[in-house]
Design a protein around this ligand. Structure first.
Ligand code: 3PG
Length: 218
């Protein structure tokens, strides 16, 4: 079964989620009314894992609307900082969770509700703590500010077995450099859904950005 043919109705591991496309769009949705067309544009462009950040009052409603509008994609929740965030995201239908940092409380809550997690790490110590919990795929955040590609290259040998989703400062120009690294599974970024295009409802332009991102080699 190819990635494109993966059964998206089944429970997916975080590695399977990251395997769906080279780029996970990080979405800040201010108005739940745009959620459905936004999700369709991204999925039609070939991006199959969508992260809705819990940073706006509309986020949970948007997440549920996206999941309904794009059954050919897997919708997760980002910016999970507390156990309450985890439970709210799962209740809204999130299929995976992303957090900016490494929190045992957040990971415990996610395990309790069966939500696969992509926790953020910025140091080898945090990566080791995550590995001790059995996690093998981690968000490297904020990627560019923490040293970017050279840091992930330096981590490859001592932290072998771990793979990363660099996020934060990643865009179309540097995404190929990250995706070329053997310890990078996918990248995350907000460039695929710029606020001005969302505000204009320019779904054609967003689908084009998504198609370009979905076509990146890894
Ligand atoms: C974020 O915190 O919003 C994400 O890491 C995305 O960062 P970006 O806007 O630099 O892609």
């Amino acid at each position: 079964m190819t990635r494109a043919e993966a059964d998206l109705t089944a429970d997916l591991t975080i590695a399977e989620v990251c395997g769906l496309a080279p780029v996970v769009p990080v979405l800040v949705v201010e108005d739940a009314a745009v959620a459905a067309p936004l999700a369709r544009a991204l999925a039609d462009g070939g991006l199959r894992a969508l992260e809705v950040t819990l940073r706006t009052p509309a986020a949970l409603e948007a997440l549920a609307a996206m999941a309904e509008a794009a059954p050919d994609a897997v919708v997760g929740a980002g910016t999970l900082r507390t156990p309450e965030d985890v439970r709210a995201a799962a209740a809204a239908g999130a299929r995976f969770g992303v957090s900016p940092g490494f929190s045992h409380a957040v990971l415990d809550a996610a395990e309790a509700v069966g939500l696969p997690m992509l926790p953020g790490v910025a140091t080898p110590s945090e990566a080791m703590a995550a590995a001790e919990r059995g996690l093998e795929l981690l968000k490297f955040f904020p990627a560019e500010a923490n040293g970017g590609v050279p840091v992930l290259k330096a981590w490859a040998s001592p932290l072998q077995g771990l793979r990363f989703c660099p996020t934060g400062g990643v865009g179309p120009l540097n995404a190929p450099d990250y995706l070329a690294l053997p310890n990078v599974a996918c990248v995350g970024g907000s460039w695929i859904a710029p606020p001005e295009l969302v505000a204009r409802g320019d779904w054609t332009a967003i689908a084009a950005l998504a198609r370009e991102a979905a076509g990146l080699e890894r």
